[in-house]
Structure formats: C-alpha cells, structure tokens
Design a protein around this ligand. Structure first.
Ligand SMILES: Cc1cc2nc3c(=O)[nH]c(=O)nc-3n(C[C@H](O)[C@H](O)[C@H](O)COP(=O)(O)O)c2cc1C
Length: 174
C-alpha cells in the first residue's frame, strides 16, 4: 500500500479540518506545519499579510516526518492574499527535493485559490497530481462535497491510492 503524508498549515482551523478528512479517507499520516512565533490577534494577521504579499519564508518548527519516506505528499494551505500561506512556502522550499508526487488543496474566503495553487506547484517544481479548493463556508460540509470526492477519485486513478470515499449526498438510502 502507498505511504501517504498529508501536510498542512492552518491558522484558524479550516485547512486543518479538511486535512483530517483527507488523511482519514486516504489512510495517511498527518503533519501540521507549526509556526515558530504566534500569529494570534491583529499583529499576527498583519504579519501574515505582509509575509504573503512579499512572498517571505518565515521560520517554522522542524518537521516530525520526512516527505522522502512517502510515495505521495498532499500539501494543504489557506489562501493568503491570493497566494500560499507563508509557513507553507517555507516548508515546501525546505523539502522540495523530496517531493516526487504531490497533490494540493487549499481553503479560502472565496478568491485566489487557483493562483495560490499555481504558486504551490511552482514552489514544489512539479505539477500537482490533483488539486482541491474549498471555501471556508464549504469546509464543515466537505464530506458531502463532490469536489472532495473528485479529488480522492483522481488520487485513486493516478496513484492507485486506496481511498474510503464519502457517500454521495444525493444517494437514496438502500
Ligand atoms: C492573512 C490572510 C490573508 C487572506 N487572504 C485571502 C485571499 O486572498 N482570498 C481569500 O479568499 N481568502 C483569504 N483569506 C481567508 C483564508 O484563506 C480563509 O479564511 C481560510 O479558510 C483560512 O484557513 P485556516 O482556518 O486553515 O487558517 C485570508 C486570511 C488571512 C489570515
């Protein structure tokens, strides 16, 4: 069976929620990218905004898991100013030589997701095998979202990933 790692950053929980759903459905290990300094409050927001706008790579804590130990790495980011969240930029830059097969997902308020995932692809140096974008409003119901289902099916198709698919929400009870 393929070894899969879901690695993500989340400041306010949306991306983490999706990461946990994906990891459970792909039987994957989970790695949260941890900041070295707090991003709470207004100052934390401003720092995040500046880092996203100027494409900076802030310090993050050392990863627990090595991407090279996995057949597929699924990277998740919130969209920050139409781009990748800066801690994810740091992580991908640090590990890009270990990333052979990559899939991407992001959560956002509603705009900039395509640009953010294009940035992530460029950072990782390869096209993603599959991409998923969800608005933060869609996150709580993502189990029933056809986009998540398509994402998982695509991973199954291109990498023979063993996935537990969520039920179709319009499926009639047996
Ligand atoms: C600094 C910052 C910049 C953001 N920029 C965007 C943006 O450009 N487009 C958008 O749709 N949402 C934007 N958002 C909203 C987040 O992408 C959205 O709330 C996301 O789901 C947060 O994920 P998280 O809860 O995992 O941190 C921004 C949020 C922050 C904190």
């Amino acid at each position: 069976m393929s070894r899969i790692l879901v690695v993500y950053y989340s400041r306010s929980g949306h991306t983490e929620f999706v990461a946990r759903q994906i990891a459970a459905r792909c039987h994957a290990d989970l790695e949260r990218i941890e900041d070295s300094a707090s991003r709470d409050g207004v100052l934390g927001y401003l720092r995040s905004a500046l880092e996203a706008i100027f494409r900076l790579r802030p310090s993050i804590q050392r990863a627990r898991r090595r991407p090279r130990d996995y057949d597929l790495v699924i990277v998740g980011t919130p969209v920050w100013f139409w781009s990748v969240a800066s801690p994810v930029r740091t992580w991908v830059h640090r590990h890009r030589s270990e990333l052979d097969n990559v899939a991407l997902f992001c959560t956002c308020g509603g705009s900039g997701h395509a640009n953010a995932m294009d940035d992530l692809e460029a950072l990782s140096g390869r096209p993603a095998l599959a991409r998923l974008a969800l608005t933060e409003r869609a996150v709580p119901q993502c189990q029933r979202d056809p986009a998540l289902r398509s994402f998982l099916l695509e991973l199954k198709r291109v990498r023979a990933v063993s996935v537990s698919l969520p039920p179709m929400h319009d499926q009639a009870p047996a």
